[in-house]
Design a protein around this ligand. Structure first.
Ligand code: ZN
Length: 202
């Protein structure tokens, strides 16, 4: 029933994602991977006020197809067509070379559906938080700064579908800027970073 939380669907997504990501760690090498998709769903509920169980479930499942052996068919079979479509929209095309993929995420952001835009915003928020809370092993300061600027570009390109969620991202991003020794975005035009710096792998 739209508007009502379907706890069973959401808990099934939690169990499914935990199982699929069970052997994986986040880029810090320590944090269980599933903490991230759970945090994305929590950001949607807590800051975005999202109660739509299919969107929350898709948030929990958003990295299963990209990062595990899960297929979209499997997601559709367990969680239905709408969740499958949302997960498909936020799954990167990993046949594309890395720098092109980073640029294409910015280019495609405005075309995402409202549900996928919400998940993208919360996903970028979680990843930006991780830059200081669980930094990727081997990422130097410049790479973390570059990631933050890229994430801001992705979010700026997204349709403004949920103001509180967007404001939360900006607050997090400004705090992380400070922690990474960067000026606030208002005083630090991101044009100081070239595209190659933003999309380089190292
Ligand atoms: Zn993610």
């Amino acid at each position: 029933m739209p508007g009502l939380i379907d706890q069973t669907l959401l808990l099934q997504a939690v169990v499914f994602a935990s199982q699929k990501h069970r052997t994986q760690r986040r880029k810090d090498g320590v944090t269980p991977y599933v903490n991230h998709p759970l945090q994305v769903a929590l950001i949607l509920a807590e800051f975005g006020g999202i109660v739509d169980a299919e969107i929350l479930s898709a948030a929990v499942l958003h990295d299963t197809v990209e990062d595990t052996d899960t297929t979209l068919g499997e997601v559709g079979m367990h969680f239905g067509d709408r969740v499958r479509a949302l997960v498909a929209e936020v799954t990167d095309d990993d046949t594309m070379p890395h720098p092109l993929r980073k640029q294409s995420e910015i280019d495609h952001a405005p075309q995402l559906s409202e549900g996928a835009t919400l998940i993208k915003l919360a996903d970028r928020t979680s990843n930006v938080m991780d830059l200081v809370e669980a930094p990727a092993a081997g990422w130097d300061l410049k790479r973390r700064q570059g990631y933050l600027v890229w994430a801001e570009r992705v979010v700026n390109a997204c349709k403004p579908v949920n103001r509180p969620l967007l404001e939360n991202f900006r607050e997090v991003a400004e705090r992380v800027r400070e922690q990474l020794g960067m000026l606030p975005s208002s005083q630090f035009p991101d044009s100081q970073f070239s595209n190659s710096q933003l999309t380089a792998r190292s």
